[in-house]
Design a binder for this molecule. Structure first.
Ligand code: SAH
Length: 251
C-alpha cells in the first residue's frame, strides 16, 4: 500500500496526526526534498529507507514503490503542503493503477493556508471577497487559455499565486491588465511556517520590486487583494442583533 501524505507547508508540527503516524510506521519514505522540511523525517522509524525525489524521475519513483510493494513494505510518498495542489501525484497514481498497486491520500495543510496564517488574514471577507483564486503565472508550464492571469484577475477577488516568484514583472502586468489597481494590497510570503519565514507587504504594482529588493526568488506565495487592507465591518455571524441556527438575537 502506498500512502500519499501531505507534509504541510513547512513547520514540522504542521503535518496531520494521521500523516505523522503513517511516517512512523513506514518502511519506505519518498519525500519531495526541494520543499518538504527534512525535520519531518525525524518521525520515521529506525531503518526506514528514505529517498529524496528531487533528483528522481517518475519512473524511478514508481520503481521504488513497486519494489517495496513486492516485498510487502509500507511506503509513504511525502508531498509538500496538500498533495491536491500542484502536487504531481496524479501521474504517480495513474502509474500505480496500471500496476494494480493500491494507494490512498492523506490531506495536508497547504501553503496558501500557511501564508494566510503568517499574515493573520482571512481570504473571504463578506464586504470584500467571497472567493479565492489559486493560480499561477504561466511559465514553462502552460496555463489553459481561459485561465490566463489577466482573465483570473478580472474577478478582483482574493488571489494566491503559486509557482510565480521568478515571473513577477509579467505577473503584475497581467494583474493590472485584468483589473486590479496597482495600489491593491499584496504580500509576498516566503517559506510560510518555516523557522525562516518572511513576510513582505507591498502592492500589486510593487510585487516584482519587493521580491528583488529582498532576494526572494523561490518558495514564496504572492497574496493579492483588498482582504489584506485595514479593519473591516464586523460580520453578522457574531452580531448580537442577528439570529441564526445556533443563537437567538439578544433583542
Ligand atoms: N502542494 C503544495 C504546493 C506545491 S507547488 C501546497 O499545497 O502548498 C510549490 C510551490 O508552492 C512553491 O513554488 C511556492 O510557490 C509554494 N510553496 C510551497 N510551500 C511554501 C511555503 N512554505 N511558503 C510559501 N510558498 C510555498
Amino acid at each position: 500500500m502506498i500512502h500519499f501524505v501531505g507534509a504541510g507547508p513547512g513547520g514540522a508540527d504542521l503535518i496531520t496526526v494521521r500523516g505523522a503516524n503513517l511516517l512512523a510506521e513506514a518502511d519506505i519514505v519518498i519525500y519531495a526534498g526541494s520543499l518538504v522540511n527534512p525535520a519531518l523525517l525525524e518521525y520515521c522509524k529506525e531503518g526506514c529507507e528514505i529517498h529524496n525525489s528531487a533528483s528522481m524521475t517518475l519512473e524511478e519513483v514508481i520503481e521504488v514503490m513497486e519494489a517495496g510493494e513486492a516485498e510487502g513494505k509500507m511506503c509513504v510518498r511525502l508531498h509538500t503542503g496538500d498533495p491536491s495542489l500542484y502536487g504531481a501525484h496524479r501521474e504517480q497514481m495513474d502509474e500505480l493503477d496500471k500496476l494494480g498497486i493500491a494507494y490512498d491520500v492523506v490531506p495536508g495543510v497547504s501553503s496558501f493556508s500557511g501564508a494566510a496564517a503568517a499574515v493573520c488574514a482571512e481570504y473571504t471577507l463578506p464586504q470584500i471577497s467571497q472567493s479565492l483564486i489559486i493560480t499561477r503565472m504561466e511559465g514553462r508550464t502552460a496555463v489553459p487559455d481561459g485561465e490566463k492571469l489577466a482573465a483570473m484577475a478580472s474577478h478582483g477577488c482574493s488571489m494566491v499565486l503559486f509557482l510565480s516568484t521568478s515571473l513577477l514583472e509579467a505577473a503584475q502586468e497581467e494583474l493590472v491588465a485584468g483589473g486590479y489597481s496597482p495600489d491593491t494590497p499584496a504580500a509576498i510570503v516566503y517559506k510560510a511556517t518555516w523557522p525562516d519565514q518572511a513576510v513582505y507587504h507591498c502592492t500589486v504594482g510593487t510585487l516584482a520590486q519587493t521580491a528583488k529588493e529582498n532576494n526572494v526568488t523561490k518558495t514564496a506565495l504572492m497574496l493579492v487583494g483588498d482582504f489584506l487592507s485595514g479593519p473591516i465591518e464586523r460580520s453578522k455571524l457574531y452580531d448580537p442583533s442577528f439570529t441564526h441556527e445556533f443563537r437567538t438575537a439578544s433583542e
